[in-house]
Design a protein around this ligand. Structure first.
Ligand code: MLT
Length: 224
């Protein structure tokens, strides 16, 4: 299963692990995060509610905050409104990876030999959001390029790929992708909060070649 929350949970996870965080400890609730942080020496608390940093936490949910000088060598205990919750939908999965536009190709490479893949879009409050559908489509497109004859998808996956293809190029031109993300539910929310810079960081296709994966036994996320 691949979990997708472009704006911003999975994007932030990729930035954090690429900057040297040792692991992400995903938590559903704020209190749960505060409690679990006690079990991880040196842990930093990160996340958001309604897009904003949480009182008393070390970090919000902006990828820009997750810089090596602050987080390298430390675990991040993360709670976000929809992204960390989407992990709950993966309890039957044998393998759980985390995708963003910034690591799309690396994720597709990891999935090449998997016979069956589910893409879980975090969305917003139970609603489908176009930013996540675009990335789901980009992942389907990634498969289409490598395995066109064998690929079997449900209609949701084909619709997602059509959304991605509507941006014309793969990867799309950066301004077109930023415009599409700004128009999405998550994008409009970030613009409203004055956090537009996060959209630009999220749109940098394949900036990283790292793939976060869930350690199912420990319930933490590390680089594959
Ligand atoms: C979420 O998990 O709902 C998002 O990451 C929201 C956000 O970043 O503001």
């Amino acid at each position: 299963v691949v979990v997708v929350d472009v704006l911003r949970a999975t994007t932030t996870m990729v930035y954090a692990l690429a900057a040297g965080a040792t692991m992400i400890v995903p938590c559903r609730e704020v209190d749960d995060a505060r409690q679990r942080a006690r079990n991880f020496p040196g842990a930093l608390l990160g996340g958001e509610r309604e897009g904003l940093p949480i009182d008393g936490f070390d970090l919000g949910n902006s990828p820009a905050e997750y810089q090596a000088d602050k987080i390298a060598g430390r675990p991040i205990v993360l709670t976000t409104t929809n992204g960390t919750r989407a992990i709950d939908s993966c309890h039957m999965a044998r393998r759980v990876l985390f995708a963003a536009l910034v690591n799309r190709s690396a994720v597709c490479r990891q999935l090449e030999r998997e016979p069956r893949v589910g893409i879980i879009c975090a969305g917003t409050n139970g609603q489908v959001t176009s930013e996540d559908v675009l990335l789901a489509g980009a992942i389907v497109e990634g498969f289409s390029l490598s395995d066109a004859d064998e690929l079997r998808c449900n209609d949701q996956a084909w619709l997602a790929r059509a959304a991605w293809r509507s941006l014309s190029l793969d990867p799309p031109k950066l301004p077109a992708l930023i415009a599409a993300l700004r128009d999405s539910t998550g994008g409009r929310n970030l613009v409203r909060l004055g956090m537009e810079a996060d959209i630009e960081l999220a749109a940098l296709c394949d900036r990283f070649a790292v793939v976060p994966a869930l350690d199912i036994r420990e319930g933490v996320i590390r680089l594959q």
